[in-house]
Design a protein around this ligand. Structure first.
Ligand code: NAD
Ligand code: MG
Length: 399
């Protein structure tokens, strides 16, 4: 049995991953469960899955979990500092890693596993947006296999030839006859909302995605379509795609999860219910199809499919991300960091919905174009962007 580490185990992707494990006992041994602070959830997972190791990034949560595990006489080892966690990920205790921590917080663990040549199930798109070529180069050097978990990238992967699937990061799309990667997105909850009412959008309205059930941050990103922008950057790196080879298409029903158009006019789409257990089961099964626990698509009750071009006035974050993709690593790192701060501020009612894009744009405008050649340099850029975003929120009372 392969040994699996689930990073972000208490979140939405973590829950779907463990649900796929439940549906396929005997496929993976749970070696490590890691999360931030939800002690109750983690304790319940420890009871059910008996991981060898458990980690909580919040020290108080870690101590509380430790004493509950002792009381319950559960034998898993609590890893209570980051260095130990990174060492564990690189050790023979772990074969495969579900990278599902939300945001830039997932970068160091993802990188540690990549550098150690582990098999990575990549859900944490922000780590790739932040580190781009550095992460892809690290994977090429260590021989780490990156499996796209994001439903769009997983759909694209499934629609590519075996040769392209085996050359993630270095795909010769043109050589294999690919004309375009068509990245679909639902348009989120405000696809048809009047633009002049955007300032009144509340966090509760914005987290309610019409088709998907997800964590808070990605739900807000889906409402602004920053999520599709991050995915555009993610696709650029995973599939080595040029500007001409990438297009975003609005498909409100979320049944087609993305498509690949070939030069002969053929288009291959991957379809299914909007349920993350499907791409998760695909990557966890590797070469084999396994049970996901998700229902099958019912074509007779599926609504008609529709498609449209994204409107950048409605989705300025999407435009900012696509532009940043071609400005360079400093810009995508800055965009991601500023967006994380903006989303948190919006969720805490400190800024209004349209100010998410405004804030990201201002932080990008204030940043300088520099060549990023190391992880420590990009972490510095990330820190500066976060500080700059926080200063703008506090100083100017943006609300
Ligand atoms: P979530 O908010 O539901 O869960 C996040 C998880 O990360 C939690 O377990 C939390 O405890 C953990 N976490 C946060 N900070 C941490 C830290 N510093 N150290 C350790 N653990 C930490 O988020 P989610 O929706 O599951 O998304 C996770 C990632 O997967 C994101 O990068 C998201 O973009 C990506 N993703 C999610 C979906 C989806 O349907 N939810 C789809 C595609 C991609
Ligand atoms: Mg996605």
């Amino acid at each position: 049995m392969k040994k699996l580490a689930v990073l972000g185990a208490t979140g939405s992707i973590g829950a779907s991953t463990l649900s796929v494990c439940r549906a396929n006992p005997g496929l993976y041994q749970i070696s490590l469960l890691a999360a931030a602070s939800s002690v109750d959830k983690m304790f319940a997972l420890c009871r059910e899955f008996s991981p060898d190791y458990v980690s909580m990034s919040d020290p108080l949560a870690s101590a509380a979990l430790s004493s509950r595990l002792q009381q319950a006489k559960l034998a898993c080892i609590v890893v209570d500092n980051e260095e130990q966690l990174l060492q564990l990920l690189a050790s023979s205790e772990v074969d495969s890693v579900m990278a599902a921590i939300v945001g830039g917080a997932g970068l160091t663990t993802t990188l540690a596993a990549v550098n150690a040549g582990k098999e990575i199930f990549l859900a944490n798109k922000e780590s790739l947006v932040m580190s781009g070529a550095l992460l892809m180069d690290a994977a090429a050097k260590s021989g780490s296999k990156l499996w796209p978990v994001d439903s769009e990238h997983n759909a694209i992967y499934q629609a590519l030839s075996a040769k392209l699937q085996d050359s993630i990061g270095e795909c010769d799309l043109e050589g294999e006859g690919v004309a375009k990667i068509l990245l679909t997105g639902s348009g989120g909850p405000f696809l048809n909302t009047a633009l002049d009412s955007f300032a009144g959008i509340t966090p509760a309205q914005a987290v309610k995605h019409p088709n998907w059930s997800m964590g808070q941050k990605i739900s807000i990103d889906s409402a602004t379509m920053m999520n599709k922008g991050l995915e555009y950057i993610e696709a650029r790196w995973l599939f080595n795609a040029s500007k001409e080879q990438l297009q975003v298409i609005i498909h409100p029903q979320s049944v087609i999860h993305s498509m690949v158009q070939y030069k002969d006019g053929s288009v291959i789409a991957q379809m299914g219910n909007p349920d993350m257990r499907i791409p998760i089961a695909h990557v966890m099964g590797g070469a084999q199809r396994i049970e996901s626990g998700a229902g099958c698509l019912d074509f007779f009750s599926s609504p008609d499919f529709s498609f449209s071009e994204p409107d950048y006035q409605r989705y300025p974050c999407l435009k900012l991300a696509i532009d940043a993709c071609y400005q360079g690593q400093h810009a995508t790192t800055t965009l991601n960091a500023a967006n994380e701060i903006a989303v948190e501020a919006f969720l805490n009612n400190k800024i209004k919905f349209p100010q998410i894009a405004q804030l990201v744009e201002r932080v990008l405008n204030n940043s300088s174009a520099v060549q990023v050649d190391s992880i420590s340099h990009l972490l510095e850029i990330d820190k500066q962007a976060r500080q700059s975003a926080l200063q703008l929120i506090n100083r100017e009372n943006l609300c």
